[in-house]
Design a protein around this ligand. Structure first.
Ligand code: NDP
Length: 449
């Protein structure tokens, strides 16, 4: 797809020149800008107030050294980041990724997407993202603790319950959030909801752990229902085996589907009898082992090395829940040839632009990540509300709110697509619906940033 608006093409060129060597960031901006063509045609006020020129530039980027001492007594140095992208509709909100691949490009793509995702939830949260090029894999608990404490020692200066509220992401689970929260509390001497994804004993919300995976399935079920279909009786392939994948597996199974494959970055397992989410959780979250272990414990499961091979598995529904750009054009073509009905993104930007084009061209129902995986951040915002009110809602209360939010997100994206001449295209719909609310707020605030 090329740019149909010279103005948007110029904004994109400037982004590429100003942010060289940041391909993931360029990819995320290009997708949103291309979706905004019908908006710039209809809304000259938005163009004139420079909202689009401003929204592609983070309000603030923080880059810092994280030094810590490993178990051998040796000094290690990592690089920490926080991208405070946009606070037009609420405090910055977005996860912290701990993975060796973390760099400015990846965090800017994630922070940029987060602006629109958070807006789509209908809750008052701005967009941000952060993390470090630290790999928790293979580290002892004490090493992870020392890293998290050092990381938070700097980050604490820049966040706060009404300023910026980080959460988990790849590599940042309950253990890491606990260490970071403990350090924040020590440094600031205050007990506020400055992080979400907290443990239940110290301010966490019931259903937050499950929220992204469950929300993905609620969104997908609504998308399928609109075409007189559902999860019931379908085969599902879920990539990844982390937080999002485990709970997507559990909810898809609850909704009557059979999840036949899951993966990690080494390989994938197939079990036509259905993957058991409890065993998966035990192996990956509690014991922190590789996915190959699943096939050792469950005799009907078969392990294959090479994680990309998972897309060759014939299925009705594909839920990519691992990482960015994990489905390329070739994998998308294989999925289509194998008769996939729907693809919904649990991960952020897991499909390349070429893969998305293949899905849309072939009439596959496609739920983009910024809509389909917004249940995690939505429930994080519910955790913030509970913390402010010093209350705890029941699992059922939070889950019901989550379900309503996911249905509303689907409906707003579908309606925006229809209103702007792209009926059925949820990529365009989600980008426009998410953008418009932020744009109105930015115009109301005047031009400063
Ligand atoms: P986790 O760290 O819990 O899990 C990530 C999983 O993906 C691991 O199983 C990892 O395997 C696997 N993985 C990583 N790279 C690949 C690859 N190339 N191929 C196959 N598997 C791979 O992260 P989350 O589940 O929290 O996050 C997953 C995705 O969902 C990310 O894109 C994240 O940004 C997004 N997301 C997460 C939210 C949340 O609430 N947690 C909210 C919204 C989006 P291994 O064990 O080998 O590393």
């Amino acid at each position: 797809m090329s740019f149909n608006s010279q103005y948007l093409a110029d904004v994109f060129d400037k982004v590429c020149t100003r942010n060289p060597n940041e391909p993931e960031f360029h990819q995320a901006v290009e997708e949103v800008l291309k979706s905004l063509t019908p908006v710039v045609e209809k809304r000259l006020d938005i163009v004139k107030s420079g909202v689009i020129d401003r929204i592609v530039e983070p309000e603030r980027q923080i880059l810092f050294r994280v030094s810590w001492v490993d178990d051998k007594g040796e000094v290690q140095v990592n690089r920490g980041f926080r991208i405070q992208f946009n606070s037009a509709i609420g405090p910055y909100k977005g996860g912290l990724r701990l993975h060796p691949s973390v760099n400015a490009s990846i965090l800017k793509f994630l922070g940029f997407e987060q602006i629109f995702k958070n807006s789509l939830t209908g809750l008052p949260i701005g967009g941000g993202k952060g993390g470090a090029d630290f790999d928790p894999k293979g580290k002892s608990d004490l090493e992870v603790m020392r890293f998290c404490q050092s990381f938070m020692t700097e980050l604490a200066k820049h966040i706060g319950a009404d300023t910026d509220v980080p959460a988990g992401d790849i590599g940042t689970g309950a253990r890491e959030i606990g260490y970071m929260y403990g350090q924040y509390k020590r440094l600031r001497n205050e007990y506020t909801g400055v992080l979400t994804g907290k443990g239940l004993s110290y301010g966490g919300s019931l259903a937050r752990t499950e929220a992204t995976g469950y929300g993905l399935c609620y969104f997908s079920e609504k998308m399928l229902n609109d075409k007189n279909s559902s999860f019931k009786g379908k085969t599902v392939v879920v990539s990844g085996s982390g937080n999002v994948a485990i709970h997507a597996t559990a909810k898809a199974t609850d909704l009557g589907a059979t999840v036949i494959a899951v993966s990690d970055s080494s390989g994938y397992v197939v079990d036509m009898n259905g993957i058991d989410a409890k065993i998966l959780n035990q192996i990956k979250t509690i014991e922190r082992l590789r996915i190959s272990e699943y096939a050792k414990r469950v005799s009907s499961a078969k392990y294959t090395e090479d994680c990309k091979g998972i897309w060759q598995q014939k299925c009705d529904i594909a839920l990519p829940c691992a990482t960015q750009n994990e489905i390329d054009q070739e994998s998308a073509e294989i999925l289509v040839r194998n008769g996939v009905l729907a693809v919904a993104e649990g991960a952020n930007m897991p499909s390349t632009p070429e893969a998305i084009a293949v899905f849309l061209k072939n009439g596959v129902l496609f739920g983009p990540g910024k809509a389909a995986n917004a249940g995690g951040v939505a429930t994080s915002a519910l955790e913030m509300s509970q913390n402010s009110a010093r209350l705890s809602w029941t699992f059922e209360e939070v889950d019901t709110k989550l379900k309503n939010i996911m249905v509303n997100i689907y409906q707003s994206a579908a309606k925006a697509a229809q209103d702007y001449g792209a009926e059925g295209n949820l990529v365009v719909g989600a980008n426009i619906a998410g953008f418009l609310k932020v744009a109105e707020a930015m115009m109301a605030h005047g031009i400063s940033y």
